[in-house]
Design a protein. Structure first.
Length: 244
């Protein structure tokens, strides 16, 4: 695997303890009935056969579901983008962060996971509860056509085609790097999120040129903030425990 510039030692420098501020009240929270109705609709739109989920970011390294098969897949017409504004999770009101979504254009190489056979509605609802929590996010959940070595399938995708309030589309990598090197929330830092994504993509043989350049920029930014390289050998151990 290629040697990343963004190391566990540098990621450790970005960590700080943050308290979960809870929902901001700016978004309309989904109720149990809402989750059930959305899951039922999506299950009704699903193809016959296996239920596939398309992973391009954190679902690759923290899926939070059981799968019986995984394989590489490409979504054409979409690309990864740090375009979701965060003031919670991996950001704060004092230092907002950014999370990845899929923007239109290009090609995104990722991984599809096949979930066990069974109640599709129930499995989809569990996924929904992991990925979204408000009505404004519902439109970003959709079935995405993907290409695999075995042919084409449709997979469930999250945060696909986001627009409007709460998004910052088309940002230059330098600006994104500035944010990721500084943002941290109660579940971790932006640098940790990037490190996990890039390193796990590499284990699948997926080399995203934009993300690779971004991790180099974030590493440079962290060094410029802290003014030195990591010399504490325990820092890497602490970070490895946090990101695995």
């Amino acid at each position: 695997m290629r040697q990343m510039s963004l190391t566990p030692e540098l990621v450790a420098l970005c960590h700080r303890e943050e308290i979960d501020p809870g929902p901001s009240g700016e978004w309309t929270q989904l109720s149990d009935d809402d989750f059930g109705a959305l899951a039922t609709r999506l299950a009704g739109e699903a193809d016959e056969g296996p239920l596939w989920v398309f992973a391009y970011g954190s679902l690759i390294w923290k899926p939070a579901f059981d799968s019986v098969e995984q394989q590489r897949a490409s979504a054409h017409g979409w690309h990864r983008s740090f375009c979701l504004d965060l003031v919670r999770w991996r950001g704060s009101a004092e230092q907002p962060g950014l999370m990845m979504a899929l923007e239109r254009g290009g090609r995104c190489d990722g991984v599809i996971y096949r979930l066990p056979d069974g109640d599709k509605t129930a499995r989809i609802e569990r996924l929904l509860r992991r990925e979204i929590d408000d009505h404004e996010s519902v439109a970003s959940v959709r079935w995405v056509p993907v290409r695999t070595a075995q042919g084409r399938v449709r997979a469930l995708g999250f945060w696909v085609g986001v627009t409007g309030r709460g998004t910052s589309l088309g940002q230059p990598l330098e600006k994104v790097a500035w944010v990721l090197a500084r943002a941290c929330g109660h579940v971790g830092s932006g640098a940790e999120y990037l490190y996990n994504t890039v390193s796990h993509l590499e284990t699948f043989g997926i080399h995203d040129r934009n993300l690779w350049r971004l991790q180099e920029l974030v590493a440079e930014e962290i060094r410029s903030i802290h003014g030195h390289r990591v010399t504490n050998p325990d820092a890497a151990e602490i970070t490895e425990a946090a990101i695995t």
